[in-house]
Design a protein around this ligand. Sequence first.
Ligand SMILES: Cc1cc2nc3c(=O)[nH]c(=O)nc-3n(C[C@H](O)[C@H](O)[C@H](O)COP(=O)(O)OP(=O)(O)OC[C@H]3O[C@@H](n4cnc5c(N)ncnc54)[C@H](O)[C@@H]3O)c2cc1C
Length: 274
Amino acid sequence: MHILVCVKQVPDTKIIKIDPKTNTLDRRGVPAILNPYDTHAVEEAVRLRARYGGKVSILSMGPPQAVAALKKCVEIGADEGYLISDRAFAGADTLATSYALSRAINRIMKEEPIDLVICGKMAIDGDTGQVGPGIARRMNIPPLTGVKKVEEVDEANQKIIVHRKLEDGYEVLTSPLPCLLTVEKEINEVPYSPLPNMIRAARYQPTVWTVNDLEDVDRSQLGLKGSPTIVGKMFSPPKPEGGKRLTGTAEQQVSQLVEVLLKEKRELLVQGGK
Ligand SMILES: Cc1cc2nc3c(=O)[nH]c(=O)nc-3n(C[C@H](O)[C@H](O)[C@H](O)COP(=O)(O)OP(=O)(O)OC[C@H]3O[C@@H](n4cnc5c(N)ncnc54)[C@H](O)[C@@H]3O)c2cc1C
């Protein structure tokens, strides 16, 4: 089974700030990491390879530094990595991103057919969760979103059974292969990487393609040119002011709270009486 995992390198949003003047992400000094959801996607692919055999390939679109994200995937256990990197891809929204990635998937499939594509549930910077379903639409394969467990892959009959997360439980879905999964974090726990993987990752150089390496590409659908989305404004929500921390036992906290509420009520009554 050939599994392809799409991964994005993202700024560590635990550290990132929004520049209040420009309303854009202030990435200065912020380390780039492998999108956390994608680490679970890669781990799941590696586990499926252990169960059913085959190969795990990784695909990313991003600047040359995104090679580091691909190396991280090799550390988790991936076999091959492909990076598409070119100025023509810059400024892509989810529409242009899914188009570029689907063109690269086409090229990889020419070398070796793909049975399963796995994406993370969403990227922690853009947060849209649209790229996975976008790729599936362009490849004309079923998208199975919010997957929290892969129960079985039946290669002989070319089908997969997964558990899909719902608000109040889960549903069990069967889909023909090839298909695309977007996975939840709870699908697995990513263990520390074994030393041989770390050594391989340190030496590994992924394949890097520019737009010229992809076939049948409509350049008007790439990058900023192919992106109808405009992010009009971004801002940090204002920090709530004031507030008082309740202390002591639960009973003491309840009586403090009642006191605060009664005081507020008295003040409102006084204002109303004026
Ligand atoms: C703050 C911010 C807000 C944005 N808002 C929007 C918006 O509203 N609409 C819009 O169209 N674009 C938006 N963008 C741009 C968006 O981040 C990029 O288009 C990005 O390439 C894909 O969207 P995403 O980050 O939402 O990914 P998601 O759709 O959330 O990612 C889901 C999965 O798709 C795969 N994936 C995503 N990107 C890549 C990649 N480059 N390479 C390989 N696999 C990938 C990964 O498996 C990932 O887990 C925004 C960007 C930022 C920084």
